[in-house]
Design a protein around this ligand. Sequence first.
Ligand code: DGT
Ligand code: CA
Ligand code: CA
Length: 573
Amino acid sequence: MINQEIAKIFYEMAEFLKMDRVDFKPYAYEKAAASLEGLKEDIKEIFKRGGEKELLEIPGIGKSMAEHIQEYLKTGKIKEHEKFKKRMPLQMDELMRVEGLGPRKIKILYQKLGVANIKDLEKAAKTNKIAPLFGFGEKTEENILQGIEFLKRDKGRFLIGDILPIAEDVLEKLKSLKEIKHASIAGSLRRRKETIGDCDILAVSKDSAKVMDYFTSLPGVEKIWGKGETKSSIRMRAGFDMDLRVVPERSYGSALQYFTGSKEHNIVTRRIAIEKGLKLSEYGVFRGSKFIAGKTEDEVYKAIGLNWMPPEIRENEGEIELSLKGKLPDLIDLKDIKGDLHCHSSWDGGKNSIEQLVEKAQVLGYEYIGISDHTKFLKIEHGLDEKQLLEQNEEIKKINAKLNKEGSKFRVLHGCEANIMNDGSIDIADEVLEKLDYVIAGVHSTLKMEKEEMTKRIIVAMRNKNVDIISHPTGRLVGTRDEYQIDFEEILRTAKETGTILEINASPYRLDLRDIYIRKAKESGVKMIINTDAHQAGQMDMIKYGIFMAKRGWAAKEDIINSLSVNEIQKYF
Ligand code: DGT
Ligand code: CA
Ligand code: CA
């Protein structure tokens, strides 16, 4: 989608401006980019309908941003951005993905060593050219190499949060064609994996030629790898590939089953078919040459003696055995979520006021929201101190009183996201923590610690009787930063013992806890909560990515604490 393309340029502009130590302006670009990403409608359509006037009504879009957008719509470029790129022809998004590198360091590396991409960076680090630079040092050089290693392992994969909106947009466009009878996303994207290699789409159509013409000429197509009757492949400008397969109607279910995967799941389903004297393929279920099922996934699974399974759990991790026994778990669903307890307000520099966040929570159909701003140790995040937390508490009381007076049952809970210091203590005094409805604690500093020390640090925090939730418990960033060294089994034991809730952070950049840890937590009887960690109201929509991860970890409603009503959850705290 064009919105994403412009957002990407705006983010890059922000980095270029930060390189030049320009104040404020970078944040205007970031704000505009975030706003574009959150838009449901194509910016081109908005402009077509209402011109510049309507662009200006989009939050975060001022006069100069609106001009940039128009320029891009007209020319496919933004001159100011081109100028920056000419002055510093480097692979910004690539370099920015290396953990620990920011725009200022990237600028120095380019100016002093001519580093323009990851390959240059690796060479410079391996030949020890980086350590002697002012402000770098050996530790930084080592971290850069580690960051590069990490990226290599995940090479060519994309975050689900970057791919899904584009894929869903394409799917909707396909579905609107009268030539298309059915269409669905398949592959890892349908299984809601955190990273996606390529996007697979299936469709049923009587006029495949027309569908393929349409698909290969979609806006956003950069390259056509191949175009045929039954399959076409394209590269999107966003950098990833998309395959479209047109399949016969009677095989739609079996093709969907096959192309959803995973490969490991398919190997077992095919074997089960063989054991029953059947053959399962993307074309259907056959006895000899006789076609016996294939139109829907449900009938395909039934034909081989299995029950339909949610795509999220099709990883051959025990789901097939349970399906055979008819004992598949009931998974958590978006509709079960009654509130989001990790939201940052303008008090700590978030984009929206508490009232705006409340409004968004109401739009999402929640019964409650929890405000959990950063606390004082995190100076760059404008963390609140004790006095400010108490002031905020008064403000939230007033908002609740107002809601009550208006006859609304909606409630605002007051929490905070406090910092777990190196020794496990919390950066806010206990007598203030006690006054809040709940306390989230998270590790935000000194991420590189010995395993034993880090485990102890988190355990000490969990034993603090005021701490209810541990945010992003493993500290990983999808595709860019490893989790910190912890003994997860021991964390689980302490969580169970103290009743501490572990967060499933729904941000597509974090998705922390991840699926395998969610499964372990569930099996240990540890409660979890799905939160968005939103720093602006629009990000509260990201809750769905947390749900996907929770499903992949087999979590049921009873495992997820924010499926409780406001009274129940307060009782739990
Ligand atoms: P990705 O794209 O790397 O994120 O992962 P997938 O799962 O989307 O994999 P992809 O795109 O290579 O293939 C889509 C599905 O097609 C895959 O999930 C299962 C099925 N498939 C592909 N290759 C094989 C295979 O060699 N054997 C079996 N049984 N299934 C396969
Ligand atoms: Ca795929
Ligand atoms: Ca594929």
